[in-house]
Ligand binder design. Structure first.
Ligand code: MSP
Length: 574
């Protein structure tokens, strides 16, 4: 069942496993980041979560580039698998495992699945003639090949006509079943535009798909042999897909497969995940994925990234951005500005600076330091009152006093009767974040966090606590009113920080250290588990709220404002 936001099943999220012919780039980091943000959010909600990524190693292009680099395929795969691991550690990804398809645990189980499919007649031997795209290592149908002028739709390179004796998977048997699964949403294909594409292609009919490659003289010894037939290897795509199951097909992890399964990828490989893989699983008698989510592409400064143009945003460039603006700023930009929906997104330096200043330096960071600074300045860095949301306390109303202070100073808010319902606003933001998370709309989820920040900013402009502060000692109860106002801001920002945390785990952990919110989790380790689920952590004046006596220190500036004319990090001459 696709999740509603109260789903408490175990949650299993995967990324594609990436080819190790080359080093990782922004595209690989993006999908894995999206998975990381979703996984962190689900853990925060309190769900038992498993997040898997890894590398796809048995491709022909891996053995080819290995040879060009004077390495064995395994040596070359290892060099690049390490680069992926390093990049993902740098990005602060919280994956629970990293699978390499050259590992025995994968090889033995993938072979067993294929054997089962052979034994039960879902895989059979036959002749195959088709258009092969060597750059993508896949066969294309006659229609697709023709539409693309017999060039690869992805790389534009020539297709090759190949005839082979192969083993075939009887995908054709599952056409009706697949259509029903996808139409009904049992397999939820997202975004909607992608679902329609898949259903459209399904209408043109399904053929058997080749699942092996005959071994030719001189072929490198690379890939998993077909069970019971040493003259064929399992087609790399078919065994690669199996990784999602092989990695959790253990006593301790099976619950993840039986929970909610979410596969993330870009649109290039949706067909494999939405059609071929579910059909294989169904034939194996396994549960099918609940969600198959295919995002669009990053392009770079308006241009498609390609090897020939050499314009990939590389990890080194992301590192340079992280050094200058912080890693969490990079994570924020990629998550909120990325191609999560059906449209491609542009990685442009000017846009990065714009978003960095607008969302982080001027909004989230500014709001958090402003409130911390005021508590530091007016109350010696200590929370002295709480507020149940009504701004009421013996002897007066905080907001009324703030307005009075403003009036006395010859100013007044636009609408003196305005109300600010903090508990309701923060609860609504949490609810909408959870609904967005259930449909993997992570931009909307994070925007719910930002909506609280906007609310606080608006409230500060309205109530002008700095004006009220000048009247402490003169205006009766001004101190209590000020404490109430600042408490409300701090408590709201604490709740906002929980919703922003999945994208910016280190910065939010820094805030929790500065504000002594030690009850949220282990303050020394921003990847440690939360002590209780979000529903409890985010309760207004609940057990985990800001409390009287809590120390709030100013802390360092979270995000320094950036100059629009700063050069692109990583572009300066060394
Ligand atoms: N090995 C296969 C996947 C097997 S999964 C069982 C493969 N690997 S890949 O290295 O080519 O990675 C493709 C994936 O990388 C895309 O689906 C996407 O997740 C990510 N991206 C690669 N380039 C991208 C962009 N330009 N933009 C966004 N994501 C991109 O295919």
């Amino acid at each position: 069942m696709p999740s509603d936001h109260t789903n408490q099943n175990p949650y299993y999220i995967t990324t594609p496993i990436y080819y190790v012919n080359d080093r990782p780039h922004i595209g690989h980091c993006y999908t894995t980041l999206i998975a990381d943000v979703a996984a962190r959010a689900q853990r925060l909600v309190g769900r038992d979560t498993f997040f898997l990524t890894g590398t796809d190693e048995h491709a022909e292009k891996v053995s080819k580039t290995a040879l060009e680099n004077g390495k064995t395929p395994y040596e070359w795969a290892t060099i690049n698998a390490e680069r992926f691991k390093d990049a993902f550690a740098f990005m602060d990804f919280s994956n629970d495992d990293f699978v390499r398809t050259t590992e025995e645990r994968h090889i033995s189980r993938a072979s067993a699945y294929i054997k089962k499919l052979m034994d039960q007649g879902d895989i059979e031997l036959g002749d195959y003639e088709g258009w092969y795209d060597p750059s993508q290592e896949e066969y294309l149908t006659e229609t697709v090949a023709k539409e693309n002028n017999y060039k690869s739709p992805v790389t534009g390179r020539d297709l090759e006509k190949r005839v082979e004796q192969n083993y075939f998977f009887r995908l054709d048997k599952y056409e009706g079943w697949l259509r029903e699964q996808i139409e009904s949403g049992t397999i939820r294909v997202l975004p909607e535009a992608r679902k329609n594409e898949v259903l459209g292609r399904l209408k043109t009919g399904l053929n058997k798909v080749p699942v092996s490659r005959k071994i030719k003289d001189g072929d490198p010894d690379w890939g998993i042999k077909m069970p019971g037939d040493d003259s064929h290897r399992i087609y790399v795509w078919i065994e690669a897909l199996c990784n999602y199951l092989t990695t959790v097909d253990t006593d301790g992890r099976r619950a993840y497969w039986n929970g909610e399964v979410v596969h993330l990828m870009a649109k290039d490989i949706l067909w494999f995940h939405a059609v071929i893989w579910p059909a294989m699983l169904h034939a194996l008698g396994e549960k099918v994925p609940d969600t198959v989510y295919a995002h669009a592409y990053w392009i770079s400064e308006g241009t498609k990234m390609s090897k020939s143009l050499g314009n990939f945003i590389e990890i080194d460039q992301l590192r340079a951005y992280a050094e200058r603006y912080s890693l969490d700023a990079v994570r924020w930009f990629l998550t909120t500005q990325g191609p999560l929906g059906a449209n491609d997104a542009d990685f442009a330096h000017a846009r990065f600076i714009e978003v960095y200043n607008a969302d982080l330096a001027n909004s989230i960071g500014n709001s958090m330091s402003r409130v911390g600074n005021m508590i530091d300045k007016y109350f010696n860095g200590e929370i002295t009152r709480t507020c149940n949301g009504e701004f009421g306390f013996e002897g007066g109303k905080a907001l009324q006093l703030a307005i009075q202070a403003l009036n006395d100073a010859g100013k007044s808010p636009d609408d003196p009767s305005r109300t600010f319902d903090f508990p309701k606003t923060t609860q609504a933001a949490v609810d909408s974040a959870l609904q967005a998370l259930a449909k993997l709309d992570l931009e909307e989820m994070l925007d719910s966090g930002r909506s609280i920040v906007r609310f606080v900013d608006d409230f500060i402009s309205y109530s002008a606590p700095f004006t009220l502060a000048k009247r402490v000692g003169e205006l009766e109860h001004a101190d209590k009113a000020l404490a109430t106002i600042l408490y409300s801001c701090a408590e709201a920002l604490r709740i906002a920080s929980l919703l922003l945390y999945p994208a910016m785990p280190a910065k939010m952990a820094q805030l929790w250290r500065d504000w002594n919110c030690n009850h949220l989790r282990d303050p020394g380790d921003h990847n440690s588990p939360f002590l209780t689920p979000l529903s409890e952590l985010a309760t207004w004046t609940g057990e985990h709220s800001m409390s009287v006596g809590q120390r709030v220190s100013k802390g360092e500036v979270m995000f320094m404002r950036a100059d629009a004319n700063e050069p692109t990090p990583g572009s300066e001459p060394a």
